[in-house]
Design a protein around this ligand. Structure first.
Ligand code: GTP
Ligand code: MG
Length: 200
């Protein structure tokens, strides 16, 4: 899919403020600092459309982008802060969960996982919750440039093994690097195919 246009629509503090829409929408979710906003910029070929930061907690709202005037992409806050003191943590779970459960034109949630780490409880728990609520999702392993291909393969294998302990089948899996532009074509093609088949 070519990105002909990518425009920021608006930011919302709750799903209730998002205007009802009939265009397919895709959301990017994951732990804080996993690379959601960077991946969105890489996919859209726009360096600073989604705000990124080295410190966790940069994205704090539901940020909606209009792509090619025929689908919406949503950047969400992270769930959980790795390096921030408890006193300044803000829990975005309610905002994220309510948005996911109530957004009628949401087609698929992309769950971002840092490819460097072992399976984390909060990521597994989040995907379990998606499954329980019958929300379609894919996984994207991010920051693949930060580890060797053998370490990446080992972590992937380990993650799949962990997932298969509670899932009958694995979701669609992508590997990405915003630095190296890895995964861009695969993720955009996947969205393109869904856009062609889905009727809202
Ligand atoms: P929150 O908005 O805080 O939830 O974070 P986020 O998930 O949107 O992460 P963000 O895109 O802001 O990236 C966090 C940090 O990771 C930044 O310093 C990015 O430059 C870095 N980063 C993101 N993706 C990649 C990647 O693919 N490779 C490398 N090497 N660094 C990355
Ligand atoms: Mg962000």
């Amino acid at each position: 899919m070519d990105i002909r246009s990518a425009e920021f629509v608006s930011s919302y503090t709750t799903y209730k403020d998002c205007p009802k829409s009939k265009v397919p929408e895709y959301a990017f979710v994951g732990r804080s600092n996993v690379g959601k906003s960077s991946l969105i910029n890489m996919l859209l070929d726009r360096k600073k459309l989604a705000k990124t930061s080295q410190s966790p907690g940069k994205t704090q709202l539901i940020n909606q982008f209009n792509i090619n005037n025929n689908w919406y992409l949503v950047d969400l806050p992270g769930y959980g802060f790795a390096k921030v003191a408890k006193s300044v943590r803000k829990d975005f779970s309610k905002l994220i969960n309510e948005y996911i459960l109530n957004r009628e034109n949401l087609i698929c949630v992309f769950v971002l996982i840092d490819s460097r780490h072992d399976p984390q409880k909060n990521d597994l728990g989040f995907m379990r919750w998606l499954g329980e609520n019958e929300v379609p999702f894919c996984m994207i392993f991010t920051k693949a440039d930060k580890l060797s291909s053998s370490a990446l393969n080992k972590n992937l294998k380990n993650y799949k093994k962990e997932m298969l302990k509670e899932w009958e089948a694995l979701p669609e899996i992508f590997i990405s690097s915003s630095e190296k532009r890895l995964g861009r074509i695969e993720i955009l093609d996947y969205i393109d195919n869904l856009n062609k088949t889905i009727k809202i």
